[in-house]
Design a protein around this ligand. Sequence first.
Ligand SMILES: Cc1cc2nc3c(=O)[nH]c(=O)nc-3n(C[C@H](O)[C@H](O)[C@H](O)COP(=O)(O)OP(=O)(O)OC[C@H]3O[C@@H](n4cnc5c(N)ncnc54)[C@H](O)[C@@H]3O)c2cc1C
Length: 687
Amino acid sequence: MFIQFFNHTIKIQLKGEEMPIENKNRSAAEDASLAAAEESRQTEWTSKSLMREMFLGNFDVSLCYPFPEQDPADAKIGDEYCAKVEEWCKKEIDGEEIDRTETIPAHVWRGMKRLNLLAIKIPKEYGGLGMSQQNYMRILSGIAKHCGSVAATLSAHQSIGVPQPIKLAGTKEQKEKWLPKFAEGWVSAFGLTEESAGSDPATMKTTATEQEDGSWLLNGEKLWCTNSIVADVIVVMAVSGKKTSKSGREFSEISAFILEMDTPGVDLLHRCEFMGIKAIENGLIRFTDARVPAENLIGGRGNGLKLALSTLNDGRLSIPAISADGAKEALEFSTRWAKTRSQWGRTIGKHEPGADKLSKIASSAYAMSALSDYCAALSGQGKDIRLEAASAKKWNTEELWTVADIALQLRGGRGYEKGSSLEVRGENPFPYERALRDSRINRIVEGTTDVMNLFVARECLDFHLSNAAPLFSSKTPIGEKLATVFKCATIYAPWTLGLFAPSFTKSFSQFHPKLRPWLRKVDGYSKKLAFQTFKNMVLLGPKLETRQLFMGRTVDITVDLSTMALSASRVQTEIDRSGSEENLETVLYFLRATSLRVEQTFRALSDSKNCDAAARKLATSLLEKSELLPNPDTSHLTGYEPADREYGKDLTSGKIHRRKREIERNFKLPSGMSDEAVEAQEEGAAK
Ligand SMILES: Cc1cc2nc3c(=O)[nH]c(=O)nc-3n(C[C@H](O)[C@H](O)[C@H](O)COP(=O)(O)OP(=O)(O)OC[C@H]3O[C@@H](n4cnc5c(N)ncnc54)[C@H](O)[C@@H]3O)c2cc1C
């Protein structure tokens, strides 16, 4: 959701407040946004990162081989719970009906509570399931296969909603007060985005004003807050004052508050409607002197943004996991379809374009899963996952979009037809059109792809910036500049020499002979990438900051190379453990295809082989000629009547038995059961 070019872990002491490179061409607004971003950034690396090393020309295979697997005891807990949840999904979740009525029905909310799905990662001592990050991701992915809206609801509630920031930075009292409520069926949300503050939180306008008794008054509006329409409680980010960086830049101080949604002065203005995940309860909220008690400030004054971003380190892992499982599903069905459907005398999988599509789906699904599982394992080991998690979010969501589009195309007209319509005609109702619509949002929320590129690029460049930044600042005294030049010479001379060490000397002897040449290629590409980036950094200096397409391509190469390494490592680990070469061909295809893509991206790094300058020129003239849009206006919105409000705890506890929209839109209960039958079944299951 929002800014992702910074990150932070609460446990870590933040050092700097300075922007790495001074740039006189920045506007004051750009300066303020960057100051807020840098201030919230985690400055220290607590463990080595595969991707960071890859970017710096050091492909360290020990960081991914043997491929880290889930602890078997933990996996068993996950297997058992996933089976239980799958049984519930099959019986009670009708994804097509939920999509048609744009409503998660009351019986599904009750099921969420019965299975304790609103408290998956909450420790058992507070009534939660106490699941690991890996099992949490597995449970959400299992639900997403049935319904994207239910999965998004659960994810917004606990990947970023109130439970996670409280777990990370809440006091003992806050944990004791709030965490048990989620096991009792309370629903939460996360409010950061505003009309003016999308990817850039520095433009946030919602204010929190401290009162004499220590409480706070909230004023402002929050946009697109998932779950807010039914939430009992939300975490709100608001401007609580001003901060000044060491270099004198002023920016907003942002704090995080727990707000109960029935507080006077909290109005739901509008339930937003979207192209996919149509049943999420996402809204526009207004605060008018909404009072928050002093004890509801989380993580201390001014730490709101850092908290939001640390929440996202793990929070961001759900979407890549859901995407990877979505691709696996698409593969399974597409393969059966390509084998069954025959046109022009051949099954469509045997026509060359069909074979190409199947191979693309299969290899992407394998690599997405390798990347997502790798991140989950690192998270379980408490490693620094900021780069890998952000890259997985970006890479898996982009790949899933491509996979969903290819799979729909392979299915032809049936891919475009709704699952429910296919079912009426007696055909297999695999819902490609819904999957495509639902998956589109993943490239936007929790950091858009472009913003993920900025974040990953910033983290990758950290080595260079922390060594050479003083050289780019006009305020650096000459003595310090000379000292920096000397320091850089001692660091960069051996580093640059290392980049010319030939890759063929690396044997990768622990790998299958067919994998070794590809790993040598990864090594060579990694060195080439490091050199090209360094060269451009020196040539462009502060201008590099605006060359986002160039930096985006270096990020693309880094992530592609890392997925090549991870896929090779995973398949080799499978061979080591079971002797099975079942996935070797898939991985070899992936290595070949991705290596071709990497070469293309390398070519486009050169300005003579890309259109970047032409794009800047054309966009400038288009922007000059066009008119501004009118300012958005919400003043006509007055909000829901209290009688129209539904609260999560009432839905999950059964106090609201049927939702208004269920009745209005004639929601059909799965398998034609009556309300009473569903209730009786629920009671039986609860016993
Ligand atoms: C269905 C849905 C659910 C959501 N749920 C939540 C929620 O629960 N809580 C919450 O707080 N928010 C939520 N959001 C908001 C979501 O996180 C934002 O949409 C997202 O952060 C992007 O902000 P924006 O839409 O304002 O786009 P903008 O930031 O205006 O971006 C528009 C375009 O410009 C690009 N762009 C922006 N900045 C840069 C840059 N510096 N360099 C290059 N390109 C740039 C973006 O990549 C994008 O393509 C939700 C949104 C949707 C649609």
